[in-house]
Design a protein around this ligand. Structure first.
Ligand SMILES: *Cc1c(COP(=O)(O)O)cnc(C)c1O
Length: 376
């Protein structure tokens, strides 16, 4: 069987985890966490960066720090992972789903303004497949209506929009380091913070409502409970695991891009014949090869495609069931405007195996099976 995903592994992870254990520093904010923070800030030009226990908890920190409250509304796509919406719902705010563009599967920036009411407080831009939303119009709408912008860049680590790193463009950016993402620590994530004023607030929220971070920097002589908070910091063992991958971020990125580009070239014939629709990368976007997907004619053809690949020993998967049609989506949110693309395009989409160090002969086997599907 060719798996759909293999978690990235570079070879240095165990040595670094052992070092964390030998340091007797396995709680949060130890030496490896500090290395990861410094790397993220430096590499992406983020004023603030904090590792979190998941992409989901990074999103929760972002919605809390955005000041969302019961009765507020947040605009987001329905074509996303449940975490984007649960982070809104946990604050008591209402997710308002807006339609996507069929080319990138990202929020259609031209539909957003119509969904704004006097209760709207934020826009969540999900960079699907590590390909950026069109952020300039989104920032412009947000500025004109006084809204916060939260980037769900769970899939977008190392991608850029007009030269700016995803996660650093809005008020808050959320990375995921789950094992299915490009860089991993098992479960983990990071919150990127633009406004320096929010950095200390984020540190307090992440450290059980205490000012322990300023205490550790020697800026106050004792630490105390100062605000609401929770515990969002991961163990330094997990950060050690991640560090091995951040050190090799460029190699991992290039390796994934090589597989992505190889798929893309190999399916151009099928796209030309109108059998498949391939992903679009807008001109001002540099992506990170988080995923390779193709679009079939409809749900029926996609079902046949996935089961044909399975018969050839290849695991291909679909996602997402649009959130507005899920039981919790019906309960907590609403779809604004017409669902022109969200449901129909998500029904057509199938993801192909793609992971760090994918064997060329496995990639060839996938490419051959996809061609054979259309020959049968
Ligand atoms: C993976 C993912 C998340 C959640 O990240 P976790 O680290 O698994 O909590 C959120 N949003 C999107 C778009 C994702 O792909």
């Amino acid at each position: 069987m060719i798996p759909f995903n293999v978690p990235p592994f570079t070879g240095k992870e165990l040595a670094y985890v052992k070092q964390a254990v030998d340091n007797h520093k396995i709680c949060g904010d130890g030496p490896f966490t500090k290395k990861c923070h410094a790397w993220i800030k430096d590499r992406f030009g983020a004023p603030g960066a904090l590792l979190t226990t998941s992409g989901t908890t990074a999103l929760e920190m972002a919605t809390i720090l955005s000041g969302l409250q019961k009765g507020d509304e947040v605009i987001l796509p329905s074509f996303t992972f449940s975490s984007t919406a649960t982070a809104v719902v946990l604050t008591g705010a209402t997710p308002v789903f807006s339609d996507i563009r069929p080319d990138t599967m990202n929020l259609d920036e031209s539909r957003i303004e119509d969904a704004i009411t006097d209760k709207t407080k934020a826009i969540m831009a999900v960079h699907y497949a590590g390909v950026a939303c069109d952020m300039d119009p989104i920032l412009d709408i947000a500025a004109r209506h006084g809204l916060k912008v939260i980037e769900d860049a769970a899939q977008g680590v190392m991608s850029t929009y007009k030269g700016r790193a995803l996660g650093t463009i809005g008020d808050f950016g959320c990375f995921s380091f789950h094992e299915t993402k490009n860089y991993s620590m098992g479960e983990g994530g990071a919150l990127l913070i633009k406004d320096p004023e929010n950095i200390e607030k984020a540190e307090i929220l992440r450290e059980k409502g205490t000012n322990r971070s300023v205490f550790l920097r020697g800026q106050v002589d004792k630490y105390t409970w100062v605000d609401y908070g929770s515990s969002y910091l991961p163990s330094d063992m997990n950060a050690a695991y991640l560090w091995a991958q951040l050190e090799m971020a460029d190699q991992i990125n290039e390796n994934r891009l090589a597989t992505w580009n190889y798929y893309h070239e190999s399916f151009k014939d099928l796209a030309k014949e109108g059998r498949l629709v391939l992903p679009t990368i807008p001109e001002n976007c540099v992506h990170n090869a988080h995923m390779y997907y193709v679009k079939l004619k409809d749900l029926e053809e996609r079902t046949a495609f996935i089961s044909y690949l399975k018969s050839r020993g290849i695991l291909s998967v679909f996602h997402y069931v649009p959130l507005h049609s899920a039981p919790a989506g019906l309960r907590f949110g609403r779809f604004h405007g017409e669902d022109r693309y969200t449901t129909s395009e998500s029904n057509r989409l199938a993801r192909l195996p793609l992971y760090y160090n994918m064997d060329r002969k496995d990639t060839d086997a996938v490419i051959e099976a996809v061609h054979d599907f259309f020959r049968q």
